[in-house]
Design a protein. Sequence first.
Length: 122
Amino acid sequence: MSVTPYLTVTDAAAAIGFYVEAFGAEEKFRLPAEDRKKIMHAVLEIAGGTVFLSDMGPGQRPASVAIALGLDNAAAVDALAARVAKAGATITFGPQDMFWGDRFAELTDPFGHRWMLTAPKA
């Protein structure tokens, strides 16, 4: 069994471009909708994990999702936070050392989804 986050957005093609630039995502699959203007389903690989993505369908409302990425070290948190912010995300917290022993940052991407970056301080 595995868990795979499924992100729905208003512009899936733009979101894929953002995730490629910000996180180094690799697009594994894309299925266009019947009208060829939207994406019915896409599969991305981000940090060794799988993320599904699509344009919102008729009547769907945006839903915010938070995804946590466990990184190897504190410097990686700072570097990835800077890269993701440069690509267009908003830093909502940190990066900073936390009382539980991790370096932590939280960002919100241009599509409303939250990304939490964490790694051991030492």
